[in-house]
Design a binder for this molecule. Sequence first.
Ligand SMILES: [Zn+2]
Length: 499
Amino acid sequence: MARKVWIFLISTIAITFALTAASAQDAKTVIQNAQQAMGKVNTIQYSGTGTMGGFGQNWNPTSPWHPTTITSYTKAIDYVNVAAREDITRTQQNPPAKGGEAPFAGEQKQSNFVGGGGYAWNPPAVQPVLAEGAAPGAIGVPQPAASEERALQIWLTPHGFLRAAAAGKPTAAAGKDGGKNVTVVTFMDDNGHKIVGDIDDQNMVTKVDSWLPNPVLGDMLVETTYTDYKDFGGVKFPAHILQKEGGWPVLDLTVTDAKANVPVRIQVPGNALGAQLPPVNVTAQKMADGVWFLGGGTHNSVLIEFKDYVTVVEAPLNEARSQGVIDQVKMLVPNKPIKYVFNTHHHFDHSGGLRTYVAAGATIITNEGNKAFYETAWKAPRTLQPDSLSQNPKAATFVTFKDKYVLSDGTRTLEIYKLQGDNHNELMSIGYLPKEKILIEADDFTPPPPNAPAPVPIAMGFANNLYDNLQRLKLQVDMIAPLHGNPAPMSAMLAVLGK
Ligand SMILES: [Zn+2]
């Protein structure tokens, strides 16, 4: 009996080893065949036109990301030095599509870079005069928050996928992609991302999946499909690239040209090399008794003291920002719990810090149309970047409203209204302190800094609509506490609107 068990165990182990070895062997062969068919390249440069989706900026929680038109797109990748450059020219759709992202007039050009072992940067707003022969991007604005995604994107391209898979520990398995038989090749990149690609019977890479951490969506699927392969001067490259993040397109590109092994010169600027995320900075500015404007970064919050508790308006960005804001709140009002956090709209830059408040025991006040979205999104696994709520899970509690909600305890009143006709976010809501005549609003009006040029008319639609809502609701506003920019008197808004 014992002998039989041993034989069974030993043969099981042997078979497992044999299968693992065969799988690794198969994977290497599959990758080699694909590299032979597609062309083994050290650099690639491809260009085209298409549409872009503003990630996390959809008009409502169930619509696609905010679309803009790409009139010109070029990406150059140096696989040997692990560096990439992307140049995009965008226009607004006409009429502009509803949703977030700051409106812009005419063409908007943007470039971004990654290199030097995973450091990201953007070119400076004002291009310096470059020395003869200097590579573009020799001076840069470090973008450490973008490093992880930009580096990963290199390995999500068809040739990059094969190169990284060959250098890693790939496994292969039979699979299906839209009814077609494919070989599914899986490996982990050097930074701990699982990358899964499909290779079809023509030895072309047709799909690559990976996952990135996101404060709202957790381990977020990044899925890229490659179709309509063409021969571009000896290298096979897809004429259609569709990339989705969190389920909706971020890039839909028709490729018109691809060149392999052209020189790609990307020089990492000294200031980008080794750049780290800047520390969270939260400043407090008293706007009225028991009302503080919490700024110091790109996104603001407002602290409102009630008799037995405090309420925070807005939990932007991520857990790090929320922790900084919560620390500041505890210094300003030491002995009262944060009972509520009011969320103006679901755009990810305004909701990415909500989970930290849930973990800290606060109830979320948000429009009824956002609740199901948060509940579903927050169920996703968070293995790539655990947060305080994933480490100590508890169900979020919500107070929801349709058009209006009033939070009052007799000493303080915060009125909350859903705006009508808001093209930035369908469920956009504002806060209003009737006694203090303070308006708290996100994204519809950002007070311009002194001496700023007049905003383009396209950017004034949101503010005009906000103004119409203030009239409709008969709200008397003295001061605006904007969730971007600095507090300003109502006259600043009237001046911009020419009222
Ligand atoms: Zn927004």
